[in-house]
Design a protein around this ligand. Sequence first.
Ligand code: AMP
Ligand code: GLY
Length: 433
Amino acid sequence: MSSEPVHVLLIGSGGREHALAWALRKSFRTGKLFIAPGNPGTAELGTNIALDISDFDAVSEFIQEQGITLTVVGPEQPLVDGIADYLEARGCAVFGPSAAAAQLEGSKSFAKEIMQKYGIPTGEYRLFSMDGQNEAAEYIGDCTTWPLVIKADGLAAGKGVFICQDRTEAFNALDYIREDKALRSASDRIIIEEFLEGEEVSVFAVCDGETAQVIAHAQDHKRIGEEDTGLNTGGMGAYAPTPLLDHESLAEITRSIVNRTIEAMKKEGHPYKGVLYCGLMMTPDGPKVIEYNCRFGDPECQVILPALLTDINDLLLAVANGRLDTIKIETDPDVYYTCVVLASEGYPRSYPKGRVISGIPADTEHLLSFHCGTGMDEETGRLVTSGGRVLNIVGKGRTLRESITNAYRGVSSVQFEGMYYRRDIGAKGLKYL
Ligand code: AMP
Ligand code: GLY
């Protein structure tokens, strides 16, 4: 690999981006590192830059001015909006898929159609148009198996999925989707899907358009409450790797899900480049796709990047430049990481901001802290809460249990008013050891 410095522009502002910035800073190849817009955590590792990331022209100008070698896109929205297409057309190397390929996340109906056409295992489903509400209502009226899953088609920031236990809940979900402006404007389609039973796992593969390599797997904790109860969130914690997957099941997932998806996207004329996040349900009939995402998971990224032994610049550039075959990806096989998300009281509903944060532990061999929803109070210069998910505390261990203990030891020193976190992150993994 060349040892030229890589000047990086990283797009995003959450814990995932703080973890990416941390990994990039660790790489001896990283030259300049800009994060747009970044957060107070990324400011310690590079230069935060107040670029409007929806203004692709401004992003492109910045890249030219600074001689950026690689642009890494953290979140899905700019990818679905076509930032990779725009920048690549101007000669920039981008880690992240084209808008057409990002439809795997941006349109659940697109993803379902690909899976059906190419024999990729997923739940049974029916597609309805938003205007044809009567057809959806008739389908629900005739349904005899519950629960049933109803989803709005477009990007919905986690708010477009309804698991309905009976007809009343299903009709309410239909009404909600129809009346919610954001959901309606994202797409005019509704998916009604079979409820899949089992444990959920997240599998991550990097793909350069031609081939894919699975780099990690993890388990997220999506519900707000312990033992997976209460409202769905962006993710309240994660651990990796998950003992739910062994060598054999991973080989099967690579064959029947990852490789088939990459082949499918090539055949459809939308080669997939970037990281493919497969959200899977381990059902009694084998792994099935619940959803695809076109980016690293958050908080999964925070527990998979620390185990990566391959230089991150080598990896991301190989993906961006279609040269994945030239590198061997290695991860530390003997470590576990557990991430506990510290959230604001009220999340995922409305929550207060501006609460003073103290006691963030210093990074050690066994502990890392990443910022997600933090900000600087301009008057006092103090670190305050500014989002629903505020901080990520990541513990490392030679066993899953040790990584959990280290994560919660780190959590114990942090304080802000109304701090909420789940106390059982990783416990569901211990059951399988
Ligand atoms: P999604 O936004 O599609 O990832 O859905 C959010 C969450 O809803 C998933 O992480 C699952 O926990 C749950 N979910 C979605 N679809 C299904 C399904 N077909 N069966 C069971 N649970 C589901
Ligand atoms: N942790 C779930 C997600 O990133 O979508």
